[in-house]
Design a protein around this ligand. Structure first.
Ligand code: GLA
Length: 395
């Protein structure tokens, strides 16, 4: 069930229903919107994201034996349990694949100087639509990591928390993602975007105007080969950097690319043009936000989508139709796919005169072509990953 918000008391009761006792700790990590900067993160570029007011809760308590019992009810509200011997780092598949995120976190904790609990009961609950491009995976990674660490009385700074989540994803789940999702989930702040300089792993906040809104149109579509397509784009970008003679694409200029483009395969040129364009757009958006030039920022968002469509080729007919319908509506500053692409969701940045009636009309128009309405969410920016509640013996 996707409740708008769970209270810690509700989470505590859910945990008690499953495990028969109270949790020692409850943590929360938000999902994120990719605001601007598509596939720039693993290319050493800048990116802008916003943590949102939805995410994943983890309730956790240590056990006396050496079993790791992990339950999640965030897929259609059905409880799914994975019970493994402690330190059995076997990758789960099918229905149990969600457990790879906490398992991945456990597998990398020692490398960051944190201990792994011997036995535990664990429950993850979410109000994020899964597979919508709002990064439920980073949210469960960070909420899990915080619970595993904070239960031992230790603190984890947000930059390390983000790196733990990314390592879990890269090294255990085997998705070669950048730091965007985990960085934004760790550093989120209400009414702000998180700006990440991905080359130096530096994080800062950029104030958002108070009179803009985020709308998400989740198509519920996902390309069957999405993981392979993501990894494929990643390797094309690496190939571009190698042919350009730079360590990461963020080190290259449009001039350098122009000089060697005849020697590069056409798709590789297009991927590089997209990434360099996105890097320029993120920089321009930061300057425009500082001047309060929201319409300009909106145009950059839409330009980002057009670049995804034509150059990075990570859009889809569903996403394109939503963007095309949105950008002609007064009150919509701009719209783009958010996240890795190949399905997922569109983000629209709007003013106050775009409200639920207008959003619904877009959904109905979409359903005439694709047979089902998109899920529509109005989201607020929110705070980053945090411990919500500790048992008294941990205080
Ligand atoms: C996914 C990845 C991120 C980033 C985006 C595309 O969300 O997890 O690291 O690469 O795609 O910008």
């Amino acid at each position: 069930m996707l409740l708008d918000n769970w209270t810690t008391e509700q989470i505590r009761r859910k945990f008690a229903d499953v495990f028969g006792h109270a949790p020692e700790i409850i943590t929360f990590a938000p999902g994120r919107i990719e605001f601007l900067g598509n596939h720039t993160d693993y290319n050493g570029g800048p990116v802008l994201g916003a943590a949102i007011n939805r995410g994943v809760w983890v309730a956790f308590a240590r056990r006396a034996d050496s079993r790791w019992r992990m339950a999640s009810d965030y897929r259609q509200g059905v409880l799914h349990t994975v019970d493994v011997a402690a330190y059995e780092f076997v990758k789960q598949c099918g229905e149990a694949a969600w457990a790879n995120y906490p398992l991945g976190v456990l597998s990398v904790l020692p490398a960051y100087g944190y201990s792994v609990p011997d036995g535990f009961n664990f429950l993850a609950t979410s109000n994020l639509p899964v597979g919508s491009g709002l990064s439920s995976s980073a949210a469960i990674e960070l909420a899990s990591a915080l619970a595993f660490i904070a239960v031992t009385g230790r603190h984890c700074p947000p930059d390390i928390l983000a790196q733990i989540g990314r390592s879990a994803e890269n090294d255990f789940v085997k998705v070669p993602c950048g730091i965007l999702d985990q960085g934004v989930s760790a550093f989120g702040r209400s009414n702000h975007l998180v700006h990440i300089d991905c080359r130096h792993n530096q994080f800062e906040h950029v104030r958002l105007p108070t009179d803009v809104n985020f709308w998400i149109f989740n198509t519920h579509t996902k390309h069957a080969l999405v993981d392979g397509l993501y990894a494929g784009r990643h390797s094309e970008c690496r190939q571009a950097a190698t042919l350009l003679g730079v360590a990461t694409l963020a080190d290259a200029t449009f001039g350098q690319l122009e000089a060697v483009r005849s020697l590069m395969p056409e798709p590789v040129v297009k991927r590089a043009l997209h990434v360099l364009g996105e890097i320029a757009r993120v920089r321009e958006a930061i300057a425009s936000l500082a001047e309060g030039a929201v319409p300009r920022v909106g145009k950059l968002l839409t330009a980002s989508h057009r670049s995804s469509q034509k150059l990075f080729e990570n859009s889809s007919p569903e996403l394109n139709m939503l963007v095309d319908s949105l950008v002609v509506i007064p009150g919509v500053y701009g719209a783009r796919l958010t996240g890795g692409g190949f399905g997922g969701a569109v983000l629209a940045l709007t003013g106050q005169d775009f409200q639920a009636v207008e959003a619904r009309a877009v959904g109905v128009h979409y359903s005439h072509r694709f047979g089902a309405e998109p899920q529509i969410l109005q989201l607020r920016s929110g705070e980053g990953a945090r411990v919500l509640n500790k048992a008294t013996h941990l205080r």
